[in-house]
Design a protein around this ligand. Structure first.
Ligand code: PLP
Length: 419
């Protein structure tokens, strides 16, 4: 038997209850399996925790973690800003936030994307000198003043993060030793100077590493500010708060991170007096709030092993199959949603319907015995789930998506038009 990650506390009961309803009730709402259910109360609780721990710091949501439209609508009043990474993502949030509260990072912004960003009045986080020149030129042609920030590729690296972004050659941002010169060019061009964006890594579960990275990020921002000679209106400190997907991982103590940051912000160097600070989070806000539900279609034996075959798999939840940026495949938490208890009564592998051995949602895990008709829940499905999965692969219908517990949001249910 191989271990699995811990089922999030929000969903620890058995049989599984999500936002007050059983898994079968959610299937009825969706009309069919597979489906994603996002528990909005779980998201709101995390926002409240952030607010309590990081007083005075802006909270941005990096929407690529989960761009489901009803979720964005429900989050809009709770967060200070949205961070987008394409014109497609921008189109999803332009009606939800004022331009000033939206920023656009990401390499390879096309001319039409830069134009859309300038027209919408959002902040462009510049990824290169070439992009800066294009943005300034496009602003001139449009007769609009572009809002520009410089994304810095720092020498800092976020220790222990699942995805290191700083401290090396990178397609993201401008190397820190050229960032001040570019900021000056932006200011001299007459563009609106918006500040710095410094993102050092993702999926970190070590509070001490995050605290150190934030301190180094602040110091870097202060140095840059001095070199430029203009106080940056905003410094986006990145984020990188991770969540415990795998066995042995422990949730972050964000209160400790907040206490350290708030203390540092209380005694800022002169170059940053009057600067606002933002933290941008994706998975920490929404990852644990999502559950993927898929129906058991078959149960079979092969050479002494048991396979539970479900009607959805890596086509909807690629990350759980271990094929989205992990080196060693480990088990996400899963459960038999329809079983009266989570206690394991057999060892089985849960596999999806795709004709590839990669399509494995759980490998040799201890779970209650599941039969055709039962429902399997895959947890940690709220971030980098459907939108980060190859939904077209093998031609299965799209899954339903449901935002649970956000009464004021229209169209909180997306049901799949079946093929
Ligand atoms: C993806 C991304 C994020 C969000 O990362 P999470 O690990 O989901 O918190 C934040 N900032 C930038 C620049 C990103 O590209």
């Amino acid at each position: 038997m191989k271990p699995m990650g811990t089922i999030p506390a929000d969903f620890a009961g058995a049989p599984l209850v999500i936002a007050g309803r059983s898994a079968e009730e959610w299937v009825d709402v969706a009309g069919d399996t597979p489906l994603f259910v996002y528990d909005f109360a779980a998201v709101a609780r995390r926002v409240a925790r952030f607010r309590a721990a990081f007083s005075g710091v802006d909270l941005h949501y990096a929407i690529k973690a989960n761009p489901f439209a009803p979720l964005l609508a429900a989050m809009a009043p709770l967060v200070d800003g949205f961070d987008v990474a394409s014109a497609g993502e921008l189109a999803r949030v332009t009606r939800l936030k004022r331009g000033h509260a939206i920023s656009f990072a990401g390499p390879g912004k096309r001319r039409d994307e830069i134009e859309a960003a300038i027209r919408a009045g959002i902040t462009i986080n510049l990824e290169s000198e070439g992009e800066a020149a294009r943005a300034i030129a496009i602003g001139d042609v449009l007769g609009l003043v572009p809002r520009l920030a410089v994304r810095v590729n720092p020498e800092i690296e976020l220790r222990g993060s699942g995805m290191r972004m700083g401290g090396r050659a990178s397609p993201f941002g401008i190397d820190s030793d050229r960032a001040a010169a570019l900021a000056r060019e932006v200011i001299d061009s007459g563009a609106e100077w918006c500040g710095f964006h410094i993102f050092a890594g993702s999926q970190a579960l070590d509070e001490q590493a995050i605290i150190e990275t934030q301190a180094e990020t602040l110091a870097l921002a202060a140095r840059l500010s001095e070199q430029v000679g203009v106080v940056p209106p905003l410094v986006n400190l990145g984020g990188g708060f991770g969540i415990p997907y795998f066995p042995g991982e422990v949730p972050l103590d964000i209160e400790a991170i907040g206490a350290a940051l708030v203390e540092r912000l209380g005694s800022l160097p002169a170059g940053l007096e009057g600067t606002r600070f933002a933290i941008e989070l994706g998975r920490w806000l929404v990852g644990e709030a999502g559950v993927y539900l898929t129906r058991v279609v078959d149960r079979k034996q092969s050479r002494g092993e048991t396979f539970i075959v479900t009607d959805g798999g890596m086509n909807h939840q690629l990350a759980a199959s271990g094929n989205l940026g992990t080196v060693v495949r480990r088990n996400y938490p899963v459960a038999v949603a329809t079983a009266p208890a989570h206690a394991p009564t057999e060892v089985a592998s849960v596999v999806g319907p795709l004709c590839t051995p990669l399509d494995r949602l759980a490998d040799h895990v201890g779970i209650p015995v599941a039969h055709p008709g039962d429902l399997i829940a895959v947890f940690m499905a709220g971030a980098y789930g459907l939108s980060a999965s190859p939904a077209g692969f093998l031609g299965h219908p799209a899954p339903a998506e449901i935002l649970a517990g956000a009464p004021d949001v229209p169209n909180a249910i997306f049901t799949s038009p079946k093929a």
